[in-house]
Design a protein around this ligand. Structure first.
Ligand code: KIV
Length: 294
């Protein structure tokens, strides 16, 4: 069945209809293709690729060029889901012109249909500049991992009345600026519920409880492939890391014991031609023949 590509407008409509929005990250062609076949609404090419794909200890290291490289790979595998490119550290906070240019690269070069930025009221002018340039923007508040040094680590946010108020007001300002959805990361579920009820655009939770309009997880986390960090909210929906380990052990055993490859997995040379070839090998000096090619 061929589906229409999901649009930012469809994502907003889902909230109006009370339908849950299912989203996930992807970073390469093969994973993105499987995700898309599963009819997931939205794929985020998250800057979490800095950690789960590139092995850095946080999301600050990934560059614009690396993000574009992975977004291109994802977009080659996707025909249905809305693709959102995650703007990396410093790519949108220096000035608005650079922010719009970098956002535009996700669309023009990467094949994404929207971008995501981390931050609240303080980045509203930047978000407006992007939207004025016809770029769809997803917001992200709560634990914004690009600010971990400011937070002092990957810590739950919105735990005081003041902090919770700020999140509610930030969400309202993001909505008014024109974002089509807002990621709420690592905040108490009651605060996520309050925010979800205060805005008309969908909230997409990660570590924000069950009352958000949709959910997102990092695909390598939920499949048990990336296990360096296990936050409280993370549920393993598969143990693909273990399945990979087991497949590699089988492969190693079969190669060592001469089981793989067998005839079934080998190419055949015609017997008659092989007889001629064997005769040639017996009768020539291979070294001499090889040197003739030099
Ligand atoms: O980079 C990422 O994967 C994200 C999601 C966790 C929302 O920002």
């Amino acid at each position: 069945m061929s589906l229409q590509k999901v649009t930012a407008r469809d994502i907003i409509e889902k909230k109006k209809k009370g339908e849950k929005i299912v989203t996930i990250t992807s970073y390469d062609y093969s994973f993105a293709k499987i995700v898309d076949e599963s009819e997931i609404d939205l794929i985020l090419v998250g800057d979490s690729l800095s950690m789960v794909m590139l092995g850095y200890s946080n999301t600050l290291s990934v560059t614009m060029d690396e993000m574009i490289h992975h977004t291109k790979a994802v977009s080659r595998g996707v025909s249905n889901a809305l693709i959102v490119g995650d703007m990396p550290f410093l790519s949108y906070k220096i000035d608005n012109l650079e922010a719009v240019k970098n956002a535009g690269r996700f669309i023009q070069e990467g094949g994404a249909e929207a971008v995501k930025v981390e931050g609240g009221t303080e980045i509203i002018p930047t978000i407006k500049a992007m939207i004025d340039a016809d770029i769809q923007v997803m917001g992200h508040i709560g634990l914004t991992p690009q600010a971990i040094y400011q937070f002092g680590g990957f810590l739950v946010q919105g735990k005081t009345i003041e902090a919770a108020k700020k999140l509610i007001l930030d969400a309202k300002n993001l909505e008014e600026a024109g974002v089509f959805s807002i990621v709420l990361e690592s905040i108490p579920w009651q605060i996520a519920k309050l925010i979800t009820n205060s805005v008309n655009v969908p909230t997409i939770g990660i570590g924000a409880g069950p009352y958000c309009d949709g959910q997102i997880l990092v695909i390598h986390d939920m499949l048990g492939i990336f296990t360096d960090i296990k936050p409280k909210f993370l549920k393993y929906f598969g143990n693909i890391g273990e399945a990979i380990r087991s497949a590699l052990n089988d492969y190693k055993d079969e190669v060592i014991n001469g089981i793989y490859p067998d005839r079934e997995h080998s190419y055949e040379f015609q017997q008659q031609e092989l007889n001629k070839l064997n005769k040639w090998v017996e009768n020539v000096d291979i070294c001499e023949e090889a040197h003739k090619l030099l």
